[in-house]
Design a protein around this ligand. Sequence first.
Ligand code: G1P
Length: 289
Amino acid sequence: MKVKKAVIPAAGLGTRMLPATKTVPKEMLPLVDKPVLQYIIEEAVDSGIEDILIVTNRAKTAMDDYFDYYPELEHRLMGTGKAEQAHELRRVADMANFFYVRQRETRGLGHAIARARHFIGDEPFAVLLGDDIMMAEKPVLKQLIDAAEKYDCPCVGGQYVSDEAIGAYSSTKLRALEDRIYDVLDINEKPTPEEKLSNFAVMGRYVLTPDIFDILDATPPGRNGEIQLTDGLAALCHARRMIAVDYDARRYDTGSLRGFLEATIDFSLKNPDTGPWLREFILEKAKTL
Ligand code: G1P
């Protein structure tokens, strides 16, 4: 199995971050010095992905503009001694081959992934959710791809979460295979405490096989009246082997204000341009709080 294509569902309405996300897609909010979406793209590219499909909607054209060339701006930068910035804009636009499809109705994550069928064809592919930003030594998607290739089957990524948190995610029934890798026996979306299968939540990263598309087309609306990817994954893991990787990373939910602020602080402390002075600033502030 070789995974060269990725799908990024980015057609959500961003209701958790209003009013900031009324006219700016949540994926385009700046995390330190670049949009959230760029972190996702960089993780995909660092994991070996070459072709990326972004599932967008009518209000989110800023995303395809961002990965386009902007010759007038580049020309201006070149002419004013800012060649480095101009080259950086080109580098970002050339990071991967970008494709776009619109999800014309907001009908859930499973429905968004189903829009990728023609782009994917008959290949395995990755899915990266734009809200889930990772800080990791080895890219999280690469951790999944390595496991999917080893076992030649679809693979989902997640982590153990608290009893209070599991109801916000999908929960899984697992059987241990090796360190941090499991067989997935069952999965359900946003379980009540009674429905919970375990505290292992699948979050943000998936390596899927094209048989998921027939399954998604036949999946009825589930939680919140939406076509859930998780319901499709439940059918997939009953039909064939599917594994889970407990990925080694600090995960941030940048779709929530708290996660967004935590990511902003952690990534700016790690950034060599902003880290040293921010550390001083925070230490100084802490004295007066
Ligand atoms: C989605 C998925 C859910 C997953 C979560 C975090 O939920 O449906 O299975 O656990 O992302 O990646 P959402 O946060 O969009 O409600």
